[in-house]
Design a binder for this molecule. Structure first.
Ligand SMILES: NC(=O)C1=CN([C@@H]2O[C@H](COP(=O)(O)OP(=O)(O)OC[C@H]3O[C@@H](n4cnc5c(N)ncnc54)[C@H](OP(=O)(O)O)[C@@H]3O)[C@@H](O)[C@H]2O)C=CC1
Ligand SMILES: CC(C)CCC[C@@H](C)[C@H]1CC=C2C3=C(CC[C@@]21C)[C@@]1(C)CC[C@H](O)C[C@@H]1CC3
Length: 431
């Protein structure tokens, strides 16, 4: 089955590629190389534009920062301290240790479920720090050098992961990302679950430093707004509240990440390392960055309506994810036992009623509705705060396409039947 066709088609423009990527002797994948450059450039563009007067997403950046504005040893130190703190919290005793999916060699890895605990302890530490005089509101001024330090860290980290994979046994390698093409493999990642003892790098990075970093940046922006304007704006409160709910939810239901394709299928390379450590905290906080430099008036009636949109999105997102997780854990659980299902040759069944009978990816629908609610407090006169919504639509459409091809391979005719019975993918009667 083809993997990451958006990268691979760039190299050969064809269909039916092998799982492992470009065949021997093919030229370096221009798709992977271009993305490796384009993703950090886009992130810096967004950071620069968010603080510029016109805040034009599609225009040129206001200026090109010099190395002296990007590079700061203090920012690198802060970035490494942050990673060290999150790593220490990861190693604390967990309320539960979960088993991952079965690996090629029939073994299962074990993962600590203590992400929510890490969020709470980080909040306590930050609270203590702020009351002792830690200048959190100075963080927004350092976003550029911090993003540079995070990008550098992700790059060096991916290099080390690539080298580590050279000595890993074949059974530890990911189905993709092992084509022999250095750029392609560096980008996608070679090893499936790189670990040192029980410390799982991919699982650690997927949720904690990036997601908790994102809400910390949001909070720093809120505090700086309070210093500048006397109090945080209603729009800033909404963005902070909505995104905190999203991050707290992800960490509370951390175990669910063990069944995502990122953990089960994808190697850990530059794409995920950069995505987790730099892209998530610095671009997902774009709305709060925009609001600090471009305050938006927002009245209570409109704010209540936006809260309602977020609540509807969250209701669908959580309802769909929980329904599937409950069903996968125990199909006879009374909460899902009455739902209609289709049997498959693998023995696993597919839900065809409830949320999963409405569209084939109801959780994506809820996630997208929430993404819209995060942009609306920023008004409708700038495209920039809608970047997340646009990028996320593209990401989920691509993800849904990949997932459907994997499900078709896994479930064959049963998946065809599911597609016939539930014809829409994400938005009922539209897509
Ligand atoms: N904010 C962000 O940047 C991102 C957020 N997300 C969010 O993370 C969450 C997880 O997303 P993701 O990992 O992509 O995928 P999903 O949680 O949607 O999982 C897809 C899997 O669910 C199972 N499945 C599909 N249809 C059915 C059905 N009808 N009945 C039972 N099982 C079914 C299949 O696996 P199997 O049959 O093997 O169980 C399929 O492979 C989502 O809520 C998504 O919105 C994801 C990516 C980025
Ligand atoms: C830099 C690239 C454009 C792509 C990077 C992709 C990553 C940012 C995302 C891949 C899968 C993700 C998931 C989440 C965050 C974004 C990344 C890491 C969640 C943790 C978000 C919260 C949800 O509740 C679960 C998600 C799982 C997948």
């Amino acid at each position: 089955m083809p993997r990451e066709p958006w990268i691979w088609k760039g190299a050969c423009g064809g269909q039916g590629e092998p799982e492992s990527g470009p065949p021997d002797g093919s030229p370096p994948s221009p798709g992977a190389a271009a993305l490796m450059l384009l993703l950090p450039v886009t992130m810096f563009h967004l950071l620069l534009v968010a603080r510029s007067g016109p805040a034009r997403l599609l225009g040129p950046p206001p200026y090109l920062p010099g190395l002296e504005e990007l590079w700061s040893p203090w920012a690198l130190l802060l970035c490494l301290t942050w990673l060290g703190l999150q790593a220490a919290l990861y190693l604390l005793p967990a309320r539960k240790v979960a088993e991952g999916q079965e690996l090629k060699d029939k073994s299962r890895l074990r993962y600590p479920i203590n992400g929510f605990q890490a969020l709470v302890l980080t909040a306590l530490l930050v609270g203590l720090g702020v009351s002792a005089g830690l200048p959190l509101s100075a963080l927004p001024e350092m976003l550029l050098p911090l993003a540079f330090a995070a990008t550098l860290t992700a790059f060096i980290f991916s290099l080390l992961l690539y080298l580590k994979a050279l000595v890993a046994p074949a059974s530890a390698l990911a189905p993709g990302g092992n084509s022999g093409n250095l750029i392609y493999d560096f980008f996608l990642g070679r090893e499936l679950n790189p670990r040192i003892c029980s410390f799982d790098f991919k699982y650690f990075c997927e949720l904690r430093p990036g997601l908790i970093g994102w809400v910390l940046i949001n909070l720093a922006l809120l505090m700086q707004e309070a210093e500048l304007r006397g109090s945080p704006s209603l729009a800033m409160w909404l963005v902070n509240g909505f995104q905190l709910l999203y991050v707290a939810d992800a960490l509370w239901y951390e175990e669910a990440v063990l069944t995502t394709m990122d953990i089960i299928h994808d190697g850990f390379g530059f794409m995920l390392a950069f995505g987790d450590l730099a892209w998530v905290p610095f671009t997902y906080s774009l709305q709060a960055q925009f609001l600090l430099y471009h305050p938006q008036p927002l009245g209570w009636p409109l704010a209540s309506f936006i809260c309602l949109i977020n609540a509807v999105g969250y209701y669908i997102f959580r309802g769909a994810n929980s329904q599937k997780n409950t069903f996968r854990k125990n199909p006879s659980d009374p909460r899902v036992a009455d739902l209609e299902t289709i049997s498959t040759a693998t023995g696993r069944r597919l839900l065809v009623s409830g949320w999963w009978g409405m569209v084939r990816h109801p959780n994506y629908l809820g996630d997208l509705i929430m993404a819209l609610a995060w942009s609306l407090p920023c008004g409708v006169f700038h495209l920039l705060p809608y970047f997340y919504f646009l990028y996320f639509t593209a990401l989920l459409v691509h993800r849904e396409d990949r997932d459907e091809r994997q499900c078709l391979q896994k479930y064959g005719l049963a998946w065809h039947e599911y597609c016939q019975r539930v014809p829409y993918r994400i938005v009922p009667y539209v897509y």
